[in-house]
Design a protein. Structure first.
Length: 397
C-alpha cells in the first residue's frame, strides 16, 4: 500500500448506491456547503483572513505552527487511517466482533486531539481512534475490546482518556460531572466530550448542556457531525444547525470544517482556552463525513447515494494537507516514503498483535450477572456448555 492510497483510498462501490438517491428529496444537494470556520481549502490552500473575517478569531491559534508540526499532523492522520483500515480488514476476516471506522473523520479527531494538554481529560465514544492515538493509547488495546478479550485494556488515569463508551451520549454527562469537579478543585485543566450527530438527540446530551451551562463547567462538547446517525440523516434530527443549539443553553457554539485539520486544531484550542479561563462550556460542531459504514454490521448502500459520497471524496482531509505540504515545500518525497514504510509497519504490528490475542472467554457473559448467582443463569450456562461441546463432538473444534 502506498502512502497515497493510505491517505486517500478509493472507497468501494458498496459505500453507496445511486438507486436510493430519489428517496431523500429533503437531502441537500451534494457540494452545498454551510458557513463554517475553514483555514485550509480542499485544494490545499490557506484561507486568507481578509477573505473570511470569521476566521480571524481562530487563525491566531495556529499562526505560529511550524512545518515540523504540520508534518506531524499529517503523520498522525495517515497512521490513524492505516490502523483503521487494518482493523476493518481484521473484522472482515473474523478476528474482531465489530469495528466502527473513522474513515473521513481523521482531521476532526487529530486536530482536536493535538489541541489538548496532558492534564486535560477526554471522554470518547467508540469511534475516537485518532484521539486515542493522540493520547498515547496503544492501538492494539482498542482492538482487544472489539475482540472481546478486555474491557478497554488501558488505564484511563494514565492517559487521561476514558474507556470507550458504547451507550450513546452518556459520556457527555460523565464529562460534565468531571468538569464540575475540576472547577471545584481550582484546576486550570479542561475536559472534552466527543459525540456524534446522532447522539445529539439523546436526552443525556441535553442534560449535559444544562448542567454545564448552569455550573459554568470547563468542558468542550465536540460533536463530529458525519451526516449520518447510522441510516438517519442529520436533517431528520434537527431543524437548525447543531452548533446553534448551544444558544438555547447560554453558551457559544461554532461550526468548523471537520475535514480541515488546521481549523479543527485552532477552534478546539480556542474552546479549551475559554474553559481554562473560567468562561464555561463550548459546543464545537465538526462538519465532516463518514466515508464508510457506521460499523462493520452496517450496509450504507441501503440509504446513501454515490453522488453524496463522491462529493466528499474531493474534500479528503489527508489529501488536503498533503497538497498544502507539497505546495509550501514543507515536505519532500523522502518524508512521504518514510511514512509509507512506517504505515506498513504499523499495519503488520497491529495484525500480529490481534492474531496473538487469546480467544474470548465464551462463558464470561454468565459471570457477575447476580451477586449471589441465579438458577436461570446456571441453566443457561449449562445449555451453552452443551452447545459448545456439540462442536467438539462433531470434530469441528
Amino acid at each position: 500500500m502506498t502512502v497515497e492510497s493510505t491517505a486517500a483510498p478509493k472507497p468501494r462501490r458498496s459505500a453507496g448506491t445511486k438507486s436510493t438517491a430519489g428517496k431523500r428529496s429533503t437531502r441537500k444537494s451534494p457540494g452545498t456547503e454551510p458557513e463554517l470556520v475553514q483555514l485550509l481549502t480542499p485544494e490545499g490552500k490557506r484561507v486568507k483572513t481578509a477573505d473570511n473575517a470569521a476566521n480571524a478569531a481562530y487563525e491566531k491559534f495556529v499562526a505560529d505552527i511550524t512545518p515540523d508540526e504540520l508534518r506531524g499532523l499529517y503523520r498522525d492522520m495517515v497512521l490513524t487511517r492505516r490502523f483503521d483500515a487494518e482493523a476493518t480488514s481484521l473484522q472482515r476476516q473474523g478476528e474482531l466482533g465489530l469495528w466502527a471506522s473513522l474513515l473521513g473523520q481523521e482531521a476532526a479527531q487529530i486536530g482536536s486531539g493535538r489541541a489538548l494538554r496532558d492534564d486535560d481529560y477526554v471522554f470518547p465514544t467508540y469511534r475516537e481512534h485518532g484521539v486515542a492515538w493522540c493520547r498515547g493509547v496503544d492501538p492494539t488495546n482498542l482492538l482487544g475490546m472489539f475482540r472481546g478479550v478486555n474491557n478497554g485494556g488501558w488505564d484511563p488515569g494514565g492517559n487521561n482518556f476514558h474507556l470507550y463508551t458504547i451507550v450513546i451520549g452518556s459520556q457527555t454527562l460523565h464529562a460534565t460531572g468531571y468538569a464540575m469537579g475540576v472547577a471545584k478543585d481550582g484546576a486550570d485543566s479542561a475536559v472534552i466530550a466527543y459525540f456524534g450527530d446522532g447522539a445529539s438527540s439523546q436526552g443525556d446530551v441535553a442534560e449535559s448542556f444544562t448542567f454545564s451551562a448552569v455550573y459554568n463547567a470547563p468542558v468542550v462538547f465536540f460533536c463530529q457531525n458525519n451526516q449520518w446517525a447510522i441510516s438517519e440523516p442529520t436533517e431528520k434530527q434537527t431543524r437548525v444547525p447543531l452548533y446553534q443549539r448551544a444558544q438555547g443553553y447560554g453558551f457559544p457554539g461554532v461550526r468548523v470544517d471537520g475535514n480541515d485539520v488546521l481549523a479543527s486544531l485552532a477552534v478546539t484550542r480556542w474552546a479549551l482556552e475559554r474553559a481554562r479561563n473560567g468562561e464555561g462550556p463550548t459546543l464545537v460542531e465538526a462538519y465532516t463525513y463518514r466515508m464508510g459504514a457506521h460499523t462493520t454490521s452496517d450496509d450504507p448502500t441501503k440509504y446513501r447515494a454515490d453522488e453524496e459520497r463522491e462529493s466528499w471524496e474531493a474534500k479528503d482531509p489527508i489529501l488536503r494537507l498533503r497538497r498544502y505540504l507539497e505546495s509550501a515545500n514543507h515536505a519532500d518525497e523522502g518524508f512521504f516514503a518514510e511514512l509509507e514504510t512506517e504505515s506498513e509497519a504499523l499495519g503488520r504490528r497491529v495484525r500480529e498483535a490481534v492474531r496473538a490475542m487469546p480467544d474470548p472467554d465464551h462463558f464470561a457473559i454468565f459471570e457477575n450477572v447476580y451477586a449471589d448467582g441465579h438458577a436461570l443463569v446456571d441453566e443457561e450456562r449449562a445449555q451453552f456448555a452443551a452447545y459448545q461441546a456439540s462442536f467438539a463432538d462433531a470434530g469441528e473444534v
